[in-house]
Design a protein around this ligand. Structure first.
Ligand code: FHN
Length: 493
């Protein structure tokens, strides 16, 4: 009997040791070994990234040869985003369209282009950074690249546009990020599918070196740029280049300390983009929020991110016909801006100047309206963070130190803002002001008398005379206080 128990004990011990060993091995094997995945854990904490985090609002500019047709040619309309017009094909396309497009650069002469005017307009709008298309998918380089003839130097305009943009925006204190498309429809070696023949592979290797050369050239020519904004990186051919892209990213970072690159540049060896096979973000911030916003802060998992947004539904380059689309208003964009900053993101609003270098009147109007708003209310959007509070129905919270900003897009009919503050939130509202007018607002604690309630309530009285059609901000000072809005003991049930 004793012998049997001993054997049983040994068996149990062996089983539990092996279960533990299995668990240990499992957690080791849970992490997939990667050479070209993410090289960092957590967010960057250096000064350049801190600055990026404080931007709040940015401007995107899509400009290139596609601005000449502006989505239309010979009375025909391209049914896609105007900057993609080169890929127009089929019966709806004008005859010999590709050839026509590939020769359009010979007409590119934007004599109205004034980088200082754009930059001062962006400054007035309240943009803290700009992302500028140095080269879109068509391959046309807006700088005099040594590596292709398809560049600005060979147009009637001749002058380096990237340099003018970088200098003008930098002079206004707006940080510049260079948009660069890996897709390049003009380069002979470029293919989207993985090359199958030896000749295609050789040509693609040439394309990769060309890409590397152009990127190094951009960073050397324009050292004031703060980062690179990559696009067109979804092709199967590029997704296969995990080692090349990883080496190149390291090379670019070494060349330009502090360089900021989003999660859209490269894939890991298993073809995973943005997030590697272990779910770690590849890049300094999440770059997948194009024309969409996260539904809540939890989905972001603490990552840095920005959202790039068009004013019409999906047109980035100049499209001469905006009549048939909904055009976002400045209030729509303010809503999106607050939505983004309230969850630690930046909002980047896109502009598509025309073929002469003019920013269209609708965009100029939107920029001016946004500017009126950011001038008065900038405190609520720059350098602020997620408040830690549930989103209020009135609008959005942002927070900086002991100041809570409530940007109101839905004003209550009774002019009373009721703040619902969880008991677990250490700080409580102690005073409130209208940010624009700086006038103090009455704030009172509210005893709802609800047993077991997890929240406390505060009412802020808005002036009845406040009659506005724009979002406005209430600044709320927070202090650590024992005030919990409850004055009676809870019943024992
Ligand atoms: O195809 C492009 C598009 O034209 C535009 O440049 C946007 C901007 O984020 N990015 C691509 C689509 O993801």
């Amino acid at each position: 009997m004793k012998k049997r128990n001993l054997l049983l004990g040994i068996l149990i011990t062996i089983t539990s040791i092996s279960t533990y060993a299995q668990q240990a091995t499992k957690s080791k094997t849970d992490t997939i070994p990667l050479k070209y995945g993410s090289h960092r854990t957590g967010n960057r904490t250096d000064a350049d990234m801190e600055r990026w985090r404080s931007y709040g609002l940015g401007q995107f500019i899509h400009w290139g040869v596609y601005a000449i047709p502006g989505g239309h040619w010979e009375g025909k309309s391209y049914n896609g985003a105007a900057e993609w017009i080169r890929s127009w094909s089929g019966v709806s396309a004008p005859a010999n369209w590709r050839t026509t497009y590939d020769n359009l650069y010979k007409q590119f002469n934007p004599t109205d282009f004034d980088a200082n005017k754009w930059a001062s307009q962006a400054k007035d709008m309240g943009a803290k950074y700009v992302i500028f298309t140095t080269k879109h998918h068509d391959g046309f380089s807006l700088w005099p690249s040594k590596y292709t003839d398809y560049n600005i130097a060979n147009t009637p305009y001749k002058k380096d546009i990237v340099k003018q943009v970088v200098d003008a925006y930098d002079a206004q204190g707006i940080d510049v990020y260079l948009y660069f498309s890996i897709i390049d429809w003009n380069h002979k070696g470029y293919v989207s599918a993985v090359p199958k023949t030896e000749a295609d592979s050789v040509a693609y290797e040439d394309f990769k070196q060309f890409t590397r050369n152009q990127l190094i050239e951009l960073l050397k020519n324009y050292p004031k740029a703060k980062g690179l904004w990559f696009d067109g990186t979804w092709d199967a051919a590029w997704v296969k280049q995990s080692k090349f892209a990883d080496d190149l990213e390291k090379e670019l970072r070494a060349l330009h300390p502090g360089l900021i690159i989003g999660s859209r540049f490269r894939a890991d060896e298993n073809g995973k983009r943005h997030f590697d096979s272990n779910g770690k973000m590849m890049g300094d911030y999440e770059q997948g929020w194009e024309r969409k916003l996260p539904t809540n802060i939890e989905v972001l998992n603490g990552r840095d991110w920005d959202c790039v947004m068009t004013i019409p539904p999906n047109q980035w380059g100049y499209n001469s016909d905006w009549k048939s689309s909904y055009i976002k208003t400045a209030n729509d964009l303010t809503d999106m801006l607050l939505n983004a900053v309230s969850m630690n993101g930046n909002l980047v609003v896109n502009f598509g100047p025309d073929g002469n270098g003019n920013i269209r009147s609708e965009e100029a109007h939107t920029a001016a309206k946004l500017g009126e708003w950011t001038k008065l209310n900038g405190e609520a959007i720059y350098g602020v963070r997620y408040s830690g509070l549930p989103k209020p129905d009135y609008g959005y919270y942002t927070k900086k130190d002991n100041k809570l900003y409530l940007t109101i897009l839905n004003k209550p009919v009774n002019n009373v803002l009721r703040l619902t503050i969880p008991n677990s939130f250490k700080q409580k509202p102690t005073s409130a002001f209208l940010l624009n007018g700086k006038s103090q607002l009455q704030i009172t604690t509210v005893d709802m008398g609800m047993s077991g309630d997890a929240n406390v309530y505060f009412d802020i009285q808005l002036p009845v005379s406040l009659n506005t059609t724009s979002p406005f901000v209430v600044t709320i000072e927070l202090n650590e206080t024992k005030t919990n809005g409850k004055s009676f003991g809870d019943a024992k049930t």
